[in-house]
Design a binder for this molecule. Sequence first.
Ligand SMILES: [Zn+2]
Ligand SMILES: [Zn+2]
Length: 78
Amino acid sequence: MQECGVCNGWAASERPCPKCEGTMRDQGRVTDFLDDYSPYLDQKYTDLVDGDLNSSITEECVHLFVCEDCGLNDIQAT
Ligand SMILES: [Zn+2]
Ligand SMILES: [Zn+2]
């Protein structure tokens, strides 16, 4: 796996919310949350990995961001 700035602390762990312009905070790697969050993320997760689970998930670090203002969930590759 390539080095991830968020995991290693040198990249921003907060991102602007596209919905309410609040602050989205990093909740950790999606791969660590899959068991708990997969029911919620299934649609978007499927879109992101595009059916190619192995290359997308093992090669990139994908983080779950949650907006502290509106609760929006988003997952982004770092
Ligand atoms: Zn990471
Ligand atoms: Zn928001």
